[in-house]
Design a protein around this ligand. Structure first.
Ligand SMILES: [Cu+2]
Length: 489
């Protein structure tokens, strides 16, 4: 996850000029609701209302931004429970188009997974849906629409979901950063969605404004000597954040919510966190009273975004005692794949600019890449198959079928000129190797970033019955073919 990185250029901010746009679509209705198992633990009730709202993304001095938001805020409210409890979330749709909510990283019954048409009917404008599921794993998770997500997430619909460990790590306080990337006009309005092909065929809808918790950079007051748990969630459509913490040496202690043996950053290391992914850092505030340090995103284009300034206040009257390095906290109850007997298969990713598809299967027909691009707006494939866009409301056959309890090792190969974070629903996998080399600590993840020409092996137990999406979490890639589903029976 980390690697050395130079500091390329002064902090700047690019702007794009364009108008607002959007689209509505009509969908057939479903009425069947799934039965629910009885709650095993305490139930926590939440209400989410998805609706247009206005928020000060660029600060109260600049123009306000019209967004789509949960409960009027960007990001949406923190949904929080203890491990083993049950969440019951009443979602009301006050948007001008249908929606659903997906609970990213949570292992739950498939009927609660929030994938339109595959696991539930879309929630139409004016309608509601109640999601209810037990949370088996502690960690940092998040929620977002899975319906027209490249537009709905870009307009502001996302929020954090935190499940507390039975014994949380020993820190002085916890800080949550939902990091996002917005494409705004000069007036801080959300830029148009009406010409998406360029984003689809390249690296997705990159923005020009980076926010933490729905605001451009702000000061974060810290106390010398304190130890903080910093939870970071990347809810951007496309931006892979590469964060540096000058003057500090945080430990990476959890990936996608799941504990890893804490690994301390060197001075030059950065935290790479792809769309959909999360990281928990343990960060000791080792600065002096009155000091100020910028936490910075180092984008590949050489633009640096300041996410926040750590501003040091006065020293506490009793200085903090020296602390030992943080230790690994308790693992989640994840099923261990049996690598000896696992079914082995591969997933090859193709398409996009600077490469592109020669031919691929689309809705049962073999089509040329040119035909797919020009006539269907589709650019990417998994194993030679271009996943049909959601507007068809049909999902075709699963890419793979597994027997419940089967161990699986999947080799994912990125044969494209872009990086892709691949997300699997309903399961958590170990990343066991990268580019043929064993991955240290074999971390549990739900989203794995495949660099250009990269290869990774993931391993998991297909223990959750149902139809589960896997897709690129660059939402414009997902929309233009980079998606599929597995069936567990
Ligand atoms: Cu992608």
């Amino acid at each position: 996850m980390t690697g050395p990185g130079p500091i390329p250029s002064p902090i700047s901010r690019r702007r794009v000029l364009s108008g607002m746009g959007g689209g509505l679509a009509a969908f057939s209705a479903f009425t069947v609701l799934p039965p629910l198992a009885r709650a095993r633990g305490n139930i926590r009730d939440y209400r989410l209302k998805a609706a247009p709202a206005t928020v000060p993304l660029v600060g109260t001095q600049g123009p306000a931004t019209d967004v789509w938001a949960y409960n009027g805020g960007v990001p949406g409210p923190v949904i929080r429970a203890k491990r083993g409890e049950r969440l019951r979330i009443h979602v009301e749709n006050a948007l001008p188009q249908p929606t659903t909510v997906h609970w990213h990283g949570i292992r739950l019954p498939v009927a609660m997974d929030g994938v339109p048409f595959l696991t539930q009917p879309p929630i139409k404008p004016g309608e509601s849906f109640v999601y209810e599921f037990d949370v088996e794993d502690a960690g940092t998770f998040w929620y977002h629409p899975h319906f027209n997500s490249s537009e709905q997430v870009a307009r502001g619909l996302s929020g954090p979901l935190i499940v507390d460990e039975d014994t949380p790590p020993d820190v002085d306080r916890e800080i949550l950063w939902v990091v996002d990337d917005w494409r705004l006009t000069e007036d801080a309005a959300i830029a148009s969605f009406d010409r998406p092909f360029h984003d689809m065929v390249h690296g997705g809808r990159f923005g020009n404004t980076v926010t933490v918790n729905g605001r451009i950079s702000e000061d974060l007051a810290v106390t010398p000597g304190e130890r903080v748990r910093l939870r970071i969630v990347n809810v951007a459509n496309a931006r892979i954040f590469r964060l540096t913490f000058p003057g500090h040496r945080p430990w990476l202690a959890a990936i996608d919510g799941h504990a890893v043996p804490p690994r301390q950053f060197g001075e030059e290391d950065w935290l790479v966190i792809a769309p959909g992914a999360r990281a928990d850092l343990i960060l000791d505030m080792t600065g002096e009273p009155g000091e100020r340090f910028a936490v910075v995103d180092n984008s590949p284009e050489g633009i640096r975004y300041r996410l926040a300034d750590l501003t040091y206040g006065a020293a506490p009257s009793a200085p903090a005692p020296a602390r030992p390095a943080p230790v690994t906290w308790a693992a989640n109850p994840l099923p261990e794949p049996d690598l000896g007997t696992a079914t082995r298969l591969s997933l090859d990713m193709e398409g996009g600019a600077m490469g592109g598809l020669q031919t691929a299967m689309f809705m049962g027909e073999k089509l040329s890449g040119r035909d797919l691009a020009r006539n269907h707006g589709m650019f990417w494939s998994f194993n030679g198959i271009v996943y049909p866009p959601m507007k068809y409301g049909h999902h075709g056959d699963p890419m793979f079928s597994f027997k419940r309890g089967e161990s699986v090792v999947m080799t994912i190969r990125n044969k494209t000129a872009f990086a892709h974070p691949i997300h699997l629903h309903g399961h958590t996998f170990r990343v066991i190797s990268r580019d043929g080399k064993p991955e240290p600590d074999r971390p549990w993840q739900d989203t794995v970033l495949l660099p250009i020409d990269g290869e990774a092996e993931i391993a998991f137990v297909a223990d959750n019955p149902g139809d589960w999406m896997f897709h690129c979490h660059i939402l414009e890639h997902q929309k233009s073919g980079m998606m599929g589903y597995v069936k567990v029976v």
